[in-house]
Design a protein around this ligand. Sequence first.
Ligand SMILES: Nc1ncnc2c1ncn2[C@@H]1O[C@H](COP(=O)(O)OP(=O)(O)OP(=O)(O)O)[C@@H](O)[C@H]1O
Ligand SMILES: [Mg+2]
Length: 141
Amino acid sequence: MTDKFISYSQDDTRALAGKVADKIKKGDVVALFGELGAGKTCFVQGFAKAFGITEIVNSPSFAIVNVYDGRMPVYHMDFYRIDSPDEIRAIGCEDYFYGDGVCFIEWAEKAKDIIPPDRKEIYIKIINKTEREIKIKGFNF
Ligand SMILES: Nc1ncnc2c1ncn2[C@@H]1O[C@H](COP(=O)(O)OP(=O)(O)OP(=O)(O)O)[C@@H](O)[C@H]1O
Ligand SMILES: [Mg+2]
């Protein structure tokens, strides 16, 4: 089931992510799609805050994965710089996909074939400078 929302600000996007935090379950894998600057990291920041994470959440482009301690472990990945699924395997991300926490994956299209098929999906589309269309698939709102 897909739900569609319009966000008019970073705060809107973070608030929507907070609602996702209420529905998240252990083992969930959330794939985020959307161009550069769409708001994927902003979404994860909103989730993290609602999930009890006090650390500052930034894009893990260079680290590829950041691990946070919330209500359960949160693995925040960014595959922008990844060239092949083998790199993702080498980093050990598959352990996170099937681990005891929650995964958020930016640039998930780079890992389409190795991320679990029963993932949840978030699509963020830039409408203009401040407006975003956000589609959420797999959560029951
Ligand atoms: N409604 C909105 N929701 C989220 N971000 C917005 C919104 N309107 C404007 N912005 C701006 O868009 C940018 C989103 O940046 P963010 O780092 O979250 O994007 P991203 O999708 O993670 O990009 P990247 O692919 O580079 O990691 C920020 O500069 C933010 O201020
Ligand atoms: Mg980002």
